[in-house]
Write a protein that binds this ligand. Sequence first.
Ligand code: IMP
Length: 502
Amino acid sequence: MATIITEPSYTFNEFLLIPGYSSAECRSANVSLKTPLVKFRKGEEPSITMNIPMVSAIMQAVSDDKLAVALATEGGVAFIFGSQSIENEAAMVRRAKAYKAGFVKSDSNLSPDNTLADVIDVTNRTGHSTIAITDNGTAEGKLVGIVTSRDYRVSRMSPDLKVREFMTPLEKMVTAPESTTLKEANDIIWDNKLNSLPLIDDEGKLCYMVFRKDYDTHKRNPNELLDEHKRYVVGAGINIRDYKDRIPALIEAGADVLCLDSSDGFTEWQRQVILWIRENYGESVKIGAGNVVDAEGFRFLAEAGADFIKVGIGGGSICITRETKGIGRGQATSVIEVCRARNEYFEETGIYIPICSDGGIVYDHHITLALAMGADFVMLGRYFARFDESPSNKVNINGTYYKEYWGEGSARARNWQRYDMGGAEGKMAFVEGVDSYVPYAGSLKNNVAVTLSKVRSTMCSCGALTIPELQQKAKLTLVSATSIVEGGAHDVIQKDTTPSVK
Ligand code: IMP
C-alpha cells in the first residue's frame, strides 16, 4: 500500500510572516544578507559565502557569462547552463573568470594601417572613443599606439588618412605591466591625468584596459563576489552523463562551484557523480545536488556528500512536470521539510548543508519566505530571464518589450540529460517545460537592488538582521484562500491597471 500524506503541500503564496519585535537596530542598512553557498563544519567558515542569497538557474535562457558577471557584481552566483557542448560551457566560464572587475578586454581595436574612416566606424559601432592600436588590430596584439577623440578632427582630416599618421604612439603613452593591481592602475590614471591605462605583458602585448570611469563603477559595487585572485565567483551546471569529461574542463576553466542539473535528484546517478568527484578531487571541487522535495531525498544526497542541496520539483514558472509526470510537491512544504531534515543532520553530524529553494519565486517576498522557512538561498530563472544581461532575445509585441524564456525540458532546449533516468541517450519522449515570454524589466542591478531592499525591510519587521536570525525568529502563518484576496488591492477601482512590480 502506498504511503498517503493527507496533509496538503503548500506554496509560498499560502504563507505570510507575522512581524516580531523590531529594536532600534532593525534598519535596512544594518541587515546582512551574507549566506553560505557550500557546506561547512560547526565553528568553521564555508569556503564560499555569498553576499546575497540569490543564484541564477542553470538554463539556456538565463545563465551565460554576461549574466554571471552581472550577478557576481551584486554578490550572488550564476550557474552557467550545461545544456551545451563542454567546450562552449567551459568557454563561458573562462570568459566570466577572465573578466576582472575594473579591467576590461579592449573591444575597440585597429591596426596602424587602418584609416580614419575605420576609426569612425568602430566608434559608432561600439560607442567607445578609445581605440587601442595593435600590430594586428586585435585585442591581444602588440600595443603600438592609441587613438582617442583628441587625436583627430573629422572636419579637417581625410577619411583615408592612415591611423599611424595621427595616433598617439606607444613611446608617448603611459602603460603599466599586466600584474598591476586595480588600485595601482587607478593611482597611475590619477597621477598622469589619463582617461585609460593599457596593461601590457612582457612582450608588449595588450592584456587589459583600465578606464577611469570603470574604477568608479567598481567602487559602487561593494557587494561584488570575488575569489582570492579578485576574479568573479562563477558556477556551472553538469549532468550525470558526460561528467567525467565536463567536470575537468569546467574546473580547468576556473569554475568555483558545480551543480548537478536534474529535475529529480534522488537517484543513484547523482550519488555516482559525487563519489567520482570525491575520488578525483577530494573536497576541493564543490558540488551542489538535487532536486529533492522531502527529508529522505535530502538524507540521501547529504550522505552522498553534496555541498549544497537544491529543493523543488514542478514549481518552476515554465515547468509542466507535475502535469506530465504527476510528480512534485508544493514548494513551501518541500523547503520546510527539507530544512528540518537539514537541521537534524546538523545536530547529528555538526555539518551544515546549505539549502537552495529552486523555482517558483513569483513575488519578491517569496524570497524572504523561503529564507524564513530555512533556505539559505534561492535559485531563480524567470526573475533573471527578464533582464538585459540574460542571453535570450528581447522582442517587441504590440509595443511592449518581452524577453524569451524557455524551460530546459521544453522542445526548444531539449536538455534531455536533465530528465535522464538512465534510458536511451538523446531521447526526450515528452516535454516537461514550455517556451514563453516574460515582461522585459531592465537591468539586473536595478531590479536586484529593489528586490533586496524589500527582503531587508521584511527582515527588519521580523526583528532579524541576518538570515540565520530570520530563520530562528520568523513566525509564519498559513493563510486561507479568502485572506489571499484580502492581501491584494480590493474593493477599489484601480487607476493604474499595469501589473504591479513583482
Ligand atoms: P522559475 O524561477 O520559477 O522560472 O524556475 C526556474 C527553475 O525551474 C529552474 O532552476 C529549474 O529547476 C526548473 N526548470 C527549468 N527548466 C524546466 C523545465 O523545462 N521543466 C521543469 N522545470 C524546469
